[in-house]
Write a protein that binds this ligand. Structure first.
Ligand code: IMP
Length: 169
């Protein structure tokens, strides 16, 4: 199946560089931990981390919340590393309803990190149910189901180098 391109590989590359420069400057005096939310963020996080100009560590959260293309809003974090006194930058693939990321933030705050910020590759504001503060954003996308560059439809298309629209019926 051919997936229609929405955001090209070249645009993504340029944006990752911009975000990495901004984060590198803002976090130059921090003990930065990139905390990726699996699986959707792993491609973005890998590119972002390699483009940063400052030292950074990474870790990942596995969250169960999603089946097919509907957000349940209920999450369970399978593994949460110790975040006490860390400068945490959550790295997410897409903010849709906002329910997942807000629940994750609540869980993380219980661990008392020194700082907590959010970087998301994509934002789909049309379906927002809860307000979300995105500190670093790549692109806004329309109310379509998008795949590629880490994002999937039933585990497929994560390997596309661009973001495209999946034709959900
Ligand atoms: P939210 O709780 O509705 O904000 O859902 C967030 C999660 O749903 C994201 O981290 C994705 O894993 C998934 N998701 C939401 N919209 C899309 C999409 O268009 N394509 C692929 N995954 C999506």
């Amino acid at each position: 199946m051919k997936i229609q391109s929405l955001i090209s590989e070249r645009r993504i590359k340029r944006k990752v560089k911009e975000l990495a420069e901004e984060i590198s400057w803002d976090c130059r005096n921090k003990d930065l931990l990139l905390l990726g939310i699996l699986k959707g963020s792993f491609v973005f996080l890998a590119d972002l981390m390699r483009t940063l100009e400052i030292p950074a560590e990474c870790d990942f959260l596995k969250v169960r919340s999603y089946a097919g293309d509907k957000s349940s809003g209920k999450i369970r974090i399978d593994f949460l590393p110790s975040l006490k006194k860390r400068d945490v930058l959550l790295v997410e693939d897409i903010i849709d309803t906002g329910l997942t990321i807000n629940s994750i933030k609540e869980e993380i705050k219980k661990q008392k990190p020194r700082s907590l910020k959010l970087c998301s590759l994509l934002n789909k504001p049309a379906r927002r149910k809860q307000k979300v503060k995105i500190d670093y954003l790549g692109f806004e996308v329309p109310d379509k189901f998008v795949v590629g560059y880490g994002l999937d439809y039933e585990e497929k298309f994560r390997n596309l180098p661009y973001v495209g629209i999946y034709p959900v019926k």
